[in-house]
Design a protein. Structure first.
Lengths: 341, 526
């Protein structure tokens, strides 16, 4: 997908509570029409970042621009109600004293409500059946739809979604994820999704920012993040790679699983994703299968070399591996980055 | 109430029968009033013609409406100020504003009468400035003022708790949908407080309708005052019964509506609520906010306490002795302790029946108990009085009859706190205990009781407090020779003997301070 104009730019946003820094020099660029993911574990500062963009939290420093107009810096602070940024809260925050229809109508003026916008949004989100119910009567998935409809109704410049699928069970989350994404694409709505779920971030976002301890470590397309993580922690936050220590001399690094081309010199970490290791049964192979966990769509095979070091490979479910089987491996892709220590 | 309860498990027989007995004793006053009502010697229309019924009902209703509105205004304002605005010492202001709750309405009325009557404090203090006569505070205005000042804390407590528990992410949502700070209050906060507002307003209304102390001292003719006047005249039981029945019907109606506002639903939020930040006030509005808080605290707390102190000191100087109030202290303590003890013992089977065995009878029992909470004390007292005269003369004017009457009115408090602590007793604990070989009784003794005894204690303390402050039932039913502080205060105050009344009031407030302090500082239901 190609995006050509910037809708929001945040520079140097920082926030600390007492001595504890929650967000440190947070920068992002959001392209109009894109779905942007902020990926991080709990406590990484991702929700704080989102609340700053919405205007609920005042940064200690930094600036936010929307359409090249400053909405926050050390002099200006546009209140949340004037930012025209919609928000879907983790707990949905539906108004318990209003029914579904009134919840969705909440951000619309009387004229807008009568212009058919209300009905349009209700239909768009498949909520016609539920419009007279109160939020407490709805299932989690339905509440989620109402929250999204309510945020979309006033046609915001962009919408922010805070862990939108966390409170749903896995299957429901997948169904709704697809629905939400297609709705966002259809309405060409810019969205920022905060999540701790790597699969979610990688599968629905155009750009992903990995946040750790209040710092953005890498912002890139999902493919880039996955295939070329710039650090060991990014590699760990998306997927579960084998990390090998090595030392690179003249662009080549020797590891327990062979020698690879390296962009750096000196002490290195080499990350090899389990699915980049292709294995085959071979009675004279140098590695021994230790354990095999079967997942259905694939399986993860733990194997050892003769020094007892352990690695993992992912393979299609067709071949059966038993502990003790001898195997050969072939590695298709590796990533290297300078070792921290 | 408790989703883990043992659905469909049969209630033990002993529990069932003890509850039947309790229930029938509790329903007795109502049944008796109904029975008497249906067997009047005079026709109903003559009631309306002869005893200015409409006036009394009108007066009661007028007071009801005005006190509810003013209490709500004061209570909600202080809730919002102390919970949501960035003022200095919000906790101190909150506590000082809640404190008037411990002052019974007759002591409140006593302080205003003794300060502003023609031989009151105000005239005495300013007589050398030429003040000889003031119009005084009494009648409707006096009753309204006193009842507002001593009931708004109910609204404050209930609404501030609800306000604190409001999940403010909903308010964030409203702001992200384009509403400003003021619109948040009108469109989200206050509408979401609708239930606690209605609930606390009706609670105040019930209090006003049943109040006897303040209106009788202020000489404002309401139903309760009429009941007592006719009782004192002792010409004929019919008007007393008639007014009591009328009062009960009105109270049951109000408490029926009140229970329709299910507070548990409105305040329930998923997970921990996000706490709202305090909004900043401009210097000018801050000044008015402080002025308002200080005014209310002076009127409802500082003025009453200062007036009482003045009379107390004057009394002590002029030689009032402790002996005069001693009988009242002993009477109050003994009746209150016994009522508290029995309320706890009786609450146990009811609480267990309702929470652990959600049988149909349990539900019924719970509903009856809850509706009994609104019963006007004076009407229950009247009913018990006539029951003992006509049916059980052996306990007429006995300690037993008095305690039964107290329990009928105050037991719901013990049940409510007991129920709250019962929420911790999950059905799985009981199953686990049964599974480990304990009998039902052992399970009760080893699991249930240790988990709920604090709640029961709290309930007992509440009943103790209420009994100590109780006035009309004691006036109607006390055995000859038994005096309580409440009766002393009221009688002295009616006769204008302010120094004696102040003495008893001080001791009453001092003794109630202890259980109130314990109840407010510790969460005894957990």
């Amino acid at each position: 997908m190609v995006f050509d104009s910037l809708i929001l730019r945040a520079r140097g946003l920082s926030k600390s509570y007492g001595h504890e820094s929650v967000l440190n020099n947070f920068n992002i660029d959001i392209w109009e029409g894109s779905i942007f993911g902020i990926l991080g574990t709990s406590g990484s500062g991702k929700t704080t970042a989102l609340r700053m963009l919405a205007g609920f939290e005042i940064p200690d420093s930094g600036s936010i621009e929307m359409h090249n107009k400053i909405i926050f810096n050390n002099e200006i602070n546009l209140p949340p109600e004037n930012r025209n940024i919609g928000m879907v809260f983790q707990d949905y925050a539906l108004f318990p004293h209003l029914n579904v229809e009134k919840n969705i109508a909440f951000g619309l003026t009387k004229q807008e409500q009568n212009s058919g916008r209300l009905q349009e949004v209700i239909e768009m989100c498949n909520l016609t059946k539920y419009k007279n119910k109160i939020p407490q009567e709805l299932s989690g998935g339905q509440q989620q739809r109402v929250a999204l409809a309510r945020a979309l109704a006033p046609r915001p410049e962009m919408i922010l979604l805070d862990e939108p699928f966390t409170s749903l069970d896995a299957q429901m989350a997948r169904v709704l994820r697809d629905e939400v994404v297609s709705l966002l694409r259809e309405t060409e709505t810019t969205a920022i999704i905060v999540t701790h779920d790597q699969e979610e971030a990688l599968s629905i976002c155009d750009i992903v920012s990995v946040l750790e301890n209040g710092n953005v470590i890498q912002s890139a397309t999902p493919q880039e993040i996955y295939l070329n993580p710039i650090s060991r922690s990014v590699a760990n936050s998306v997927g579960d790679p084998n990390i090998l220590k090595g030392f690179s001399v003249d662009g080549r690094v020797e590891t327990s699983l062979g020698s690879f081309v390296s962009a750096y010199e000196g002490a290195l970490d080499v990350a090899i994703r389990p699915e980049c290791i292709e294995i085959s049964l071979n009675s004279t192979g140098p590695y021994t299968v230790k354990e095999c966990i079967f997942y259905g769509h694939d399986q993860v095979i733990s194997f050892q070399n003769n020094k007892g070091e352990e690695f993992r490979a992912r393979s299609l479910p067709s071949v059966i591996y038993e502990p003790g089987d001898k195997i050969c491996i072939e590695i298709s892709e590796v990533t290297t980055f300078p070792s921290k220590n | 109430m408790n989703p883990d309860s043992l659905n469909g498990v049969k209630t033990p027989k002993i529990l069932f029968f003890s509850n039947i007995v309790i229930l029938s004793i509790f329903l007795m006053p109502i049944f008796y009033l109904v029975y008497r009502f249906l067997n009047f010697s005079t026709s109903y229309t003559s009631f309306f013609n002869s005893w200015n019924v409409l006036d009394l009902v009108g007066n009661t209703f007028l007071l009801f409406v005005f006190v509810v509105l003013s209490s709500l205004t004061v209570g909600i304002s202080i809730s919002i100020i102390t919970v949501r605005f960035n003022i200095s010492y919000p906790k101190l202001f909150f506590t000082l504003s809640v404190l008037p709750l411990v002052i019974p309405s007759y002591i409140g009325a006593l302080t205003y009468i003794s300060a502003f009557s023609s031989k009151g404090l105000y005239v005495q203090l300013f007589s050398n400035l030429g003040v000889t006569e003031i119009s005084g505070i009494d009648g409707f205005f006096g009753s309204w003022l006193v009842l507002t000042l001593f009931t708004y804390p109910y609204v404050l407590l209930i609404c501030s708790t609800a306000l604190r528990n409001l999940d403010s992410s909903v308010e964030d949502a409203a702001r992200s949908l384009g509403k400003n700070k003021f619109q948040i209050y009108t469109q989200v906060v206050v509408p979401r407080l609708k239930k606690p507002i209605i609930f606390s307003g009706l609670l105040v209304g019930l209090y006003v309708m049943s109040d006897f102390g303040a209106v009788s001292l202020m000489r404002y003719p309401t139903l309760t005052k009429a009941i007592y006047s006719y009782y004192e005249l002792k010409i004929d039981g019919d008007p007393v019964i008639f007014y009591s029945s009328l009062l009960i019907v009105m109270a049951l109606f109000i408490s029926f509506i009140q229970r329709g506002t299910d507070l548990s639903k409105s305040s329930k939020v998923s997970g921990t609520p996000k706490i709202s930040e305090r909004s900043n006030l401009g210097a000018k509005s801050k000044f008015f906010v402080y002025l308002f808080l200080v005014f209310i605290i002076i009127m409802s707390l500082i003025l009453p306490i200062s007036v009482l102190s003045y009379w107390l000191i004057r009394g002590l100087i002029s030689g009032n002795s402790v002996r005069a109030v001693f009988g009242g202290v002993v009477g109050s303590l003994s009746t209150s302790l016994i009522a508290a003890l029995f309320s706890v013992i009786i609450a146990i089977p009811i609480v267990i029946m309702v929470s652990q065995y959600r049988s149909k009878f349990g539900n019924f029992l719970e509903r009856i108990m809850l509706s009994l909470y609104g019963l006007p004390h004076i009407a229950v007292g009247v009913s018990i009085l006539f029951i003992t005269i006509k049916i059980f003369p052996s306990i007429y004017q006995s300690f037993t009859a008095l305690i039964i009457s107290y329990l009928i009115v105050f037991l719901p408090q013990a049940i409510a706190t007991g129920q709250a602590s019962m929420e911790q007793v999950k059905a799985s604990y009981l199953d686990a205990s049964d599974g480990l070989g304990n009998s039902k009784f052992q399970t009760f003794y080893r699991i249930t009781l240790p988990l709920i005894y604090r709640g029961l204690f709290a309930g007992g303390a509440l009943v103790f407090l209420s009994t100590m402050k109780e006035l009309p039932q004691t006036l109607l039913l006390r055995p000859t020779g038994l005096n309580t502080m409440a009766v002393d205060i009221w009688s002295y105050a009616s006769e204008g003997l302010f120094t004696q009344a102040a003495f008893s009031s001080f001791i009453l407030l001092a003794i109630s301070a202890i259980p109130t302090y314990i109840l407010s500082t510790r969460n005894l239901t957990k």
